[in-house]
Design a protein around this ligand. Sequence first.
Ligand SMILES: NC(=O)C1=CN([C@@H]2O[C@H](COP(=O)(O)OP(=O)(O)OC[C@H]3O[C@@H](n4cnc5c(N)ncnc54)[C@H](OP(=O)(O)O)[C@@H]3O)[C@@H](O)[C@H]2O)C=CC1
Ligand SMILES: O=C1O[C@H](COP(=O)(O)O)[C@@H](O)[C@H](O)[C@H]1O
Length: 604
Amino acid sequence: MLQQLRGGRNAVAGPSTVVKGLPARPSVLAPQSSTSQSPCCAPAQRQAPVPGSRVIARSSATTDKPTASANGNGGAVAPAQDGTASAYTYGNLDVEQAYDLEHNDWNTTSLSVVVVGASGDLAKKKIFPALFALYYEGLLPPDFSIFGFARSKMTDAEFRDMIAGSLTCRVSAKDKCIEATEKFLKRCFYSPGQYDDAKSFSELNQRMGEVERGSGKPRSNRMFFLSIPPNVFIAAAGGAADYCSTKTGWTRVIVEKPFGRDSASSAALGRGLAAHLKEEQIYRIDHYLGKELIENLTVLRFSNLVFEPLWSRQYIRNVQVIFSENFGTEGRGGYFDQYGIMRDVIQNHLVQILALFAMEQPVSLNAEDIRNEKVKVLRCMRPVKLEDTVLGQYRSRVHGGRTLPGYLDDKTVPEGSLTPTFAACAMFINNARWDGVPFLLKAGKALHTRRAEIRVQFRHVPGSLYKHKFGPDLDNSTNELVIRIQPKESIYLKINNKVPGLGLRLDTTKLDLQYGNAYNAKELPDAYERLLLDVVNGDKRLFIRNDELEAAWDLFTPVLHESESRRVTPELYPYGSRGPVGAHYLAAKYGVRWGDLANDDGDE
Ligand SMILES: NC(=O)C1=CN([C@@H]2O[C@H](COP(=O)(O)OP(=O)(O)OC[C@H]3O[C@@H](n4cnc5c(N)ncnc54)[C@H](OP(=O)(O)O)[C@@H]3O)[C@@H](O)[C@H]2O)C=CC1
Ligand SMILES: O=C1O[C@H](COP(=O)(O)O)[C@@H](O)[C@H](O)[C@H]1O
């Protein structure tokens, strides 16, 4: 276990860190990184985290240190009297304690993970399985515990049974899985309560304290995952922060989308959270940022010479970000109807992808540098116009003798709802790199396939010598880069090639990186695994900053308000189809063809 913790997934070797006034000492469980940070550095002097390193106990670049307001620790971070930045103290912790704290020293600190809304769908489907996978991989600290909190009455035993029903072992790692499951479940505890009730949170706090003391570790770090509907977000965030903050470590709170319905409600939510938590403590999760291919996007762009020079209006004709699901809102219609696909998928997941795709190279891989660039590019975009938007809603369809239900057949959906289950929109970035390039975003439920991808269509080859070989339609020979996020993760580039043999016959083929073949990776970690581990490590690169959120809402609020106030009727499309025809007209308006619908793609 310890060995695994030391190694982590991408452990980096390096010298030990030195804290002024303290003897040089290695960080206890962390791999010794050459860019490890120590409390000796003033925040401004801190160095960027090791690129790509995701290791337990990596030192945190965040400032979510205990302060009087955040967790009643008795004082904020204060510079030393002598004016140097070296002797920072954290409240009533001495320098050495602060060192351990900042470095996630799991020899002295326990970790408690609280799932608020533990009886819910997301908790069962994603959060517990992800925590178990991290535990199984040896990536959680030795003394971790999991606490479930929700209104449903359950004993610890019932809670463990509930979790057990949601856990699966990795196909590639079945060894000792049953044994690991039993050990994992013993670390799970349940505390029932109301989300707006101080007493309930005090009871939770007491329970956590007992378990933490039982670990024998003098300090505890706590992270809360708010996996609850938005109407109880603020109350629960307040309960967690005000009654359950640790006094001897960091307290971090993960917030799930939806982050509001528009700019105003998102700002109100932000203010509500800010009343209880500092921005550094808030982790706004967008699970698409935790997907393997999305994390790879910056690697692809900024570590390969061949892509970045082409990454602009000079060579790129259009960019398409496409999400489709081959199932409807089954079971989630009640939630979905209040939001619709634009808020559920486009404003967050697809816009985040777009921002990473289009941003300028950040100064470093530090979370703030990356997020600064994302905000900048979002702020260069003009809000989506209604005339650049197509809305759709799936209707029922009889297929193979079976009736596939339409959106309005869902009992949890209000009669006559106009909520779109499909949307496509054209967006533009008004900066020197992207001026005039259409970014087409499309998302839909109950379509013909489940897929998420980015498609980059390049310009035609000017004065091509081989033009006559491809016929009059230049699009047939255009280069296209496809970044397939899921399923079957892959990156491929469509190129023109000579068909081997005598004569000169050309065809379009692929330079094809299939993850399944290249990395022998039968199963990639789920996005929630990556993101939960990042929260433990205080790494905010893949979480959304408040100003990013604001910028993203500013792009969509006008069109959402306009379509709702004008009661725009969505175009109906049959369950399992390729979506409304209107999407083709929208693309055609900007001289674009949807790449995912092209007949020659070969892997439809
Ligand atoms: N499920 C998913 O795939 C995804 C969910 N999300 C977001 O994650 C959060 C949790 O999602 P999910 O688990 O699906 O949600 P659920 O509807 O399953 O709710 C989670 C828990 O919250 C409690 N709850 C439900 N409704 C209410 C209510 N009206 N008032 C107070 N408590 C309530 C219930 O627990 P109890 O009654 O025991 O208190 C329930 O088990 C939501 O914000 C959702 O939008 C985001 C992306 C995907
Ligand atoms: O956030 C959401 O994402 C899911 C799709 O996630 P994926 O990882 O399975 O692609 C979507 O079904 C849901 O409506 C939305 O809220």
